[in-house]
Design a protein around this ligand. Sequence first.
Ligand code: PGA
Length: 242
Amino acid sequence: MIKLDGFSSIFVANWKLNGNLNFINQFFHQIQIPKDISKCIVICPTSIYLDILSKKKKNFFIGAQNVSQYEGGAYTGEISSNSLRDLKIDFCIVGHSERRQIFYEKNNDINLKSSQLIKDKIVPIICVGETFKEKEKGKTNEVLENQLKECIPDSSNSTNTIIAYEPVWAIGTGLTPSLGEIETTHKFIRENNKKFNNFKILYGGSVKSSNSKGIVALTNVDGALIGGASLKLEEFQKIIKD
Ligand code: PGA
Protein backbone atom coordinates (compact mmCIF):
# COMPACT_ATOMS: atom_id res chain seq x y z
CA MET A 1 0.00 0.00 0.00
CA ILE A 2 1.24 3.49 -0.87
CA LYS A 3 2.31 5.52 2.18
CA LEU A 4 -0.15 8.42 2.26
CA ASP A 5 1.24 10.30 5.24
CA GLY A 6 4.41 11.24 3.33
CA PHE A 7 2.46 13.39 0.86
CA SER A 8 2.00 17.13 1.39
CA SER A 9 -0.64 17.31 -1.36
CA ILE A 10 -2.50 14.90 -3.61
CA PHE A 11 -3.82 15.74 -7.09
CA VAL A 12 -6.13 13.22 -8.73
CA ALA A 13 -7.00 13.54 -12.43
CA ASN A 14 -10.39 11.99 -13.13
CA TRP A 15 -10.54 11.58 -16.89
CA LYS A 16 -14.04 10.04 -16.76
CA LEU A 17 -15.04 8.55 -20.15
CA ASN A 18 -12.49 10.61 -22.08
CA GLY A 19 -9.09 10.10 -23.68
CA ASN A 20 -7.99 7.68 -26.37
CA LEU A 21 -4.58 6.18 -27.10
CA ASN A 22 -3.50 9.17 -29.14
CA PHE A 23 -4.47 11.53 -26.31
CA ILE A 24 -2.60 9.43 -23.76
CA ASN A 25 0.58 9.31 -25.86
CA GLN A 26 0.55 13.07 -26.37
CA PHE A 27 -0.28 13.78 -22.72
CA PHE A 28 2.62 11.76 -21.39
CA HIS A 29 4.98 12.98 -24.05
CA GLN A 30 4.40 16.58 -22.93
CA ILE A 31 3.57 16.53 -19.23
CA GLN A 32 6.20 17.46 -16.67
CA ILE A 33 5.50 15.93 -13.31
CA PRO A 34 6.91 18.07 -10.46
CA LYS A 35 10.19 16.74 -9.02
CA ASP A 36 8.85 17.34 -5.49
CA ILE A 37 8.01 13.78 -4.45
CA SER A 38 5.88 15.03 -1.56
CA LYS A 39 3.31 15.85 -4.26
CA CYS A 40 1.28 12.81 -5.20
CA ILE A 41 -0.10 12.88 -8.75
CA VAL A 42 -2.69 10.25 -9.64
CA ILE A 43 -4.06 9.76 -13.16
CA CYS A 44 -7.37 7.90 -13.50
CA PRO A 45 -8.06 6.88 -17.11
CA THR A 46 -10.89 4.66 -18.33
CA SER A 47 -10.23 1.09 -17.24
CA ILE A 48 -9.26 -0.14 -20.72
CA TYR A 49 -6.11 2.06 -20.58
CA LEU A 50 -5.07 1.25 -17.00
CA ASP A 51 -2.53 -1.32 -18.11
CA ILE A 52 -0.93 0.94 -20.72
CA LEU A 53 -0.68 3.79 -18.23
CA SER A 54 0.61 1.54 -15.51
CA LYS A 55 3.51 0.64 -17.78
CA LYS A 56 4.22 4.34 -18.44
CA LYS A 57 4.16 5.37 -14.81
CA LYS A 58 7.31 6.90 -13.42
CA ASN A 59 6.84 9.69 -10.93
CA PHE A 60 3.06 9.51 -10.81
CA PHE A 61 0.48 6.93 -9.79
CA ILE A 62 -2.47 5.31 -11.54
CA GLY A 63 -6.01 5.14 -10.25
CA ALA A 64 -9.12 3.35 -11.48
CA GLN A 65 -12.48 5.14 -11.58
CA ASN A 66 -14.55 2.26 -10.27
CA VAL A 67 -14.31 -1.33 -9.04
CA SER A 68 -16.63 -4.23 -8.40
CA GLN A 69 -17.90 -4.81 -4.90
CA TYR A 70 -17.49 -8.54 -5.59
CA GLU A 71 -14.29 -10.48 -5.38
CA GLY A 72 -15.10 -12.70 -8.36
CA GLY A 73 -17.83 -14.88 -9.86
CA ALA A 74 -20.76 -14.45 -12.25
CA TYR A 75 -20.74 -10.65 -12.53
CA THR A 76 -20.46 -9.93 -16.25
CA GLY A 77 -18.67 -6.71 -17.12
CA GLU A 78 -17.27 -6.05 -13.66
CA ILE A 79 -13.60 -5.45 -12.74
CA SER A 80 -12.26 -6.85 -9.48
CA SER A 81 -9.91 -5.07 -7.09
CA ASN A 82 -7.69 -8.11 -7.31
CA SER A 83 -7.17 -7.58 -11.05
CA LEU A 84 -6.42 -3.88 -10.42
CA ARG A 85 -3.74 -4.98 -7.98
CA ASP A 86 -2.28 -7.26 -10.70
CA LEU A 87 -1.87 -4.16 -12.89
CA LYS A 88 -0.13 -2.30 -10.03
CA ILE A 89 -2.93 0.20 -9.61
CA ASP A 90 -2.55 2.09 -6.32
CA PHE A 91 -5.76 4.16 -6.11
CA CYS A 92 -9.42 3.90 -7.07
CA ILE A 93 -12.16 6.53 -7.04
CA VAL A 94 -15.30 5.15 -5.38
CA GLY A 95 -18.79 6.59 -5.11
CA HIS A 96 -18.33 9.47 -7.54
CA SER A 97 -21.62 11.36 -7.86
CA GLU A 98 -21.91 10.27 -11.51
CA ARG A 99 -21.81 6.64 -10.34
CA ARG A 100 -24.38 7.41 -7.66
CA GLN A 101 -26.75 9.35 -9.94
CA ILE A 102 -26.41 7.60 -13.31
CA PHE A 103 -25.60 4.06 -12.15
CA TYR A 104 -27.62 4.11 -8.91
CA GLU A 105 -24.73 3.21 -6.60
CA LYS A 106 -25.74 3.26 -2.97
CA ASN A 107 -23.72 4.02 0.16
CA ASN A 108 -23.60 0.34 1.00
CA ASP A 109 -22.16 -0.56 -2.44
CA ILE A 110 -19.50 2.10 -1.91
CA ASN A 111 -18.67 0.64 1.48
CA LEU A 112 -18.28 -2.87 0.00
CA LYS A 113 -16.16 -1.63 -2.93
CA SER A 114 -13.88 0.29 -0.56
CA SER A 115 -13.46 -2.82 1.63
CA GLN A 116 -12.43 -4.89 -1.38
CA LEU A 117 -9.86 -2.27 -2.37
CA ILE A 118 -8.36 -2.00 1.09
CA LYS A 119 -8.10 -5.76 1.25
CA ASP A 120 -6.11 -5.66 -2.01
CA LYS A 121 -3.92 -2.77 -0.80
CA ILE A 122 -5.44 -0.17 -3.13
CA VAL A 123 -6.39 3.21 -1.66
CA PRO A 124 -10.09 4.04 -2.17
CA ILE A 125 -10.78 7.72 -2.81
CA ILE A 126 -14.29 7.83 -1.38
CA CYS A 127 -16.45 10.67 -2.73
CA VAL A 128 -19.11 12.41 -0.67
CA GLY A 129 -21.09 15.55 -1.39
CA GLU A 130 -24.49 17.20 -1.32
CA THR A 131 -26.77 18.12 -4.23
CA PHE A 132 -27.85 21.70 -4.83
CA LYS A 133 -31.31 20.97 -3.40
CA GLU A 134 -29.79 19.55 -0.24
CA LYS A 135 -27.50 22.57 0.08
CA GLU A 136 -30.45 24.95 -0.36
CA LYS A 137 -32.35 23.17 2.38
CA GLY A 138 -29.33 23.56 4.71
CA LYS A 139 -28.81 19.79 4.77
CA THR A 140 -25.16 19.63 3.70
CA ASN A 141 -23.78 18.44 7.05
CA GLU A 142 -26.60 15.95 7.59
CA VAL A 143 -26.06 14.42 4.11
CA LEU A 144 -22.30 14.25 4.57
CA GLU A 145 -22.61 12.71 8.02
CA ASN A 146 -24.82 9.97 6.67
CA GLN A 147 -22.63 9.30 3.63
CA LEU A 148 -19.53 9.11 5.81
CA LYS A 149 -21.21 6.76 8.26
CA GLU A 150 -22.46 4.41 5.57
CA CYS A 151 -19.68 4.59 2.94
CA ILE A 152 -16.47 4.41 4.97
CA PRO A 153 -15.78 0.78 5.91
CA ASP A 154 -14.59 -0.27 9.37
CA SER A 155 -11.25 -1.28 7.85
CA SER A 156 -10.58 2.31 6.69
CA ASN A 157 -7.99 4.46 8.40
CA SER A 158 -5.86 7.46 7.52
CA THR A 159 -3.14 5.30 5.99
CA ASN A 160 -5.35 3.34 3.58
CA THR A 161 -8.26 5.62 2.61
CA ILE A 162 -8.79 9.12 1.16
CA ILE A 163 -12.01 11.12 1.41
CA ALA A 164 -12.98 13.49 -1.42
CA TYR A 165 -15.56 16.20 -0.75
CA GLU A 166 -17.28 16.90 -4.06
CA PRO A 167 -20.42 19.05 -3.90
CA VAL A 168 -22.54 17.56 -6.71
CA TRP A 169 -23.61 21.03 -7.88
CA ALA A 170 -19.97 22.06 -8.36
CA ILE A 171 -19.02 19.17 -10.63
CA GLY A 172 -18.54 20.27 -14.23
CA THR A 173 -20.55 23.47 -13.68
CA GLY A 174 -17.84 26.09 -13.13
CA LEU A 175 -19.43 26.81 -9.73
CA THR A 176 -17.54 26.28 -6.49
CA PRO A 177 -18.28 26.92 -2.83
CA SER A 178 -16.36 29.89 -1.39
CA LEU A 179 -12.97 29.15 0.17
CA GLY A 180 -14.56 29.70 3.57
CA GLU A 181 -17.31 27.17 2.82
CA ILE A 182 -14.80 24.57 1.59
CA GLU A 183 -12.68 24.98 4.71
CA THR A 184 -15.71 24.77 7.02
CA THR A 185 -17.03 21.65 5.33
CA HIS A 186 -13.65 19.92 5.32
CA LYS A 187 -13.28 20.73 9.02
CA PHE A 188 -16.75 19.31 9.61
CA ILE A 189 -15.75 16.07 7.85
CA ARG A 190 -12.47 15.83 9.74
CA GLU A 191 -14.16 16.36 13.09
CA ASN A 192 -17.21 14.25 12.33
CA ASN A 193 -15.51 11.16 13.64
CA LYS A 194 -12.25 10.94 15.59
CA LYS A 195 -11.17 8.34 13.10
CA PHE A 196 -11.10 10.94 10.29
CA ASN A 197 -8.78 13.36 12.11
CA ASN A 198 -5.69 12.43 10.11
CA PHE A 199 -7.39 11.44 6.86
CA LYS A 200 -6.32 13.11 3.64
CA ILE A 201 -9.40 15.05 2.48
CA LEU A 202 -9.47 16.28 -1.13
CA TYR A 203 -11.76 18.88 -2.65
CA GLY A 204 -13.35 18.27 -6.07
CA GLY A 205 -15.75 20.23 -8.28
CA SER A 206 -14.71 22.79 -10.94
CA VAL A 207 -11.09 22.93 -9.81
CA LYS A 208 -9.00 24.81 -12.37
CA SER A 209 -5.63 26.57 -12.45
CA SER A 210 -7.17 29.89 -11.37
CA ASN A 211 -8.67 28.53 -8.13
CA SER A 212 -6.59 25.46 -7.25
CA LYS A 213 -3.86 27.27 -5.35
CA GLY A 214 -6.28 28.94 -2.95
CA ILE A 215 -8.26 25.74 -2.40
CA VAL A 216 -5.29 23.47 -1.78
CA ALA A 217 -3.73 26.02 0.60
CA LEU A 218 -6.69 25.72 2.99
CA THR A 219 -5.78 24.14 6.33
CA ASN A 220 -8.13 21.19 6.03
CA VAL A 221 -7.69 20.54 2.30
CA ASP A 222 -5.02 18.01 1.34
CA GLY A 223 -5.35 18.18 -2.43
CA ALA A 224 -7.81 18.14 -5.29
CA LEU A 225 -9.84 15.80 -7.47
CA ILE A 226 -9.87 17.34 -10.93
CA GLY A 227 -12.21 16.44 -13.79
CA GLY A 228 -12.45 18.69 -16.86
CA ALA A 229 -9.26 20.65 -16.18
CA SER A 230 -7.20 17.45 -15.93
CA LEU A 231 -7.81 16.79 -19.63
CA LYS A 232 -6.28 20.12 -20.63
CA LEU A 233 -2.56 19.58 -20.36
CA GLU A 234 -1.63 23.23 -19.77
CA GLU A 235 -4.30 23.63 -17.10
CA PHE A 236 -3.38 20.43 -15.32
CA GLN A 237 0.31 21.27 -15.52
CA LYS A 238 -0.34 24.61 -13.79
CA ILE A 239 -2.48 22.98 -11.08
CA ILE A 240 0.12 20.40 -10.12
CA LYS A 241 2.98 22.90 -10.32
CA ASP A 242 1.54 25.44 -7.84
P1 PGA B 1 -14.84 18.78 -12.61
O1 PGA B 1 -15.11 17.28 -12.14
O2 PGA B 1 -13.46 19.15 -12.15
O3 PGA B 1 -14.95 18.74 -14.11
O4 PGA B 1 -15.88 19.62 -11.97
C1 PGA B 1 -14.66 16.82 -10.90
C2 PGA B 1 -15.03 15.39 -10.73
O5 PGA B 1 -16.00 14.93 -11.34
O6 PGA B 1 -14.38 14.65 -9.98
